[in-house]
Each structure stands twice: as structure tokens, then as C-alpha cells.
Ligand binder design. Structure first.
Ligand SMILES: [Zn+2]
Length: 109
């Protein structure tokens, strides 16, 4: 009977800091592109909507900057709520998140 079953399960590989930076870079570039697009549509679109969207994107850009700092500090991928590692699948979707799902729920509730 194999010894190495059940315990580990499918395991997601954690990214290297180089890969993490690339991913954050990508997230930042796409937000910057969104800002430019919003800027261009600002004339023809509802100004309130544009400024709300701009603010939301700028908040994300701030979070991305903070995530870069955490890569430098070597605290990237650690939940700031419970200090446990954030699952790799979650970082895949939200590379700049600072909370695991449970703590995110508490933080935004
Ligand atoms: Zn947590």
C-alpha cells in the first residue's frame, strides 16, 4: 500500500518571485491600459461612472504596488489577516490580494 496517498492531494506549485513579479507587472499593465481607455472615453461617457471606475482601478494599482513591496519583503502570498499562506489558486486569480478568502470576507464585511 502506497504511503504517499491522501495526505498531499493535488498540489499547486508556488510561483517564484520572478514569476510573481511578471504576473503583477501584467496585472498593472492591464489596469493602466484600462485607465487610458477610460480617459479616452471620458468625453462621451457619464463622468460619474468614469470617475468611479478610475478610482476603483487606482485602488487596485495601489494594491499591486503593495504586492510588489511584499515580494521584496518576502511576505508575498502570506495572508495579512491570519498569517497563513494564501492558496496558489487564489493568487492566480488575484495576484495582488493580501488576504485569504476567509479573511477577505471578514475584511470587507
Ligand atoms: Zn487569512
Amino acid at each position: 500500500m502506497p504511503l504517499d496517498t491522501a495526505q498531499t492531494g493535488p498540489r499547486s506549485r508556488r510561483l517564484t518571485s520572478h514569476e510573481t513579479r511578471q504576473r503583477l507587472e501584467h496585472a498593472r499593465n492591464s489596469r493602466l491600459a484600462q485607465l487610458r481607455a477610460l480617459d479616452e472615453s471620458a468625453q462621451s461617457t457619464d463622468a460619474h461612472l468614469v470617475s468611479a471606475q478610475t478610482e476603483a482601478i487606482q485602488r487596485v494599482l495601489t494594491e499591486i504596488d503593495e504586492a510588489f513591496a511584499r515580494v521584496e519583503d518576502d511576505t508575498y502570498g502570506i495572508c495579512q489577516g491570519c498569517a497563513k499562506p494564501i492558496p496558489a489558486e487564489r493568487l492566480e486569480i488575484l495576484p495582488y490580494t493580501r488576504y485569504c478568502v476567509a479573511c477577505q470576507g471578514r475584511a470587507t464585511a
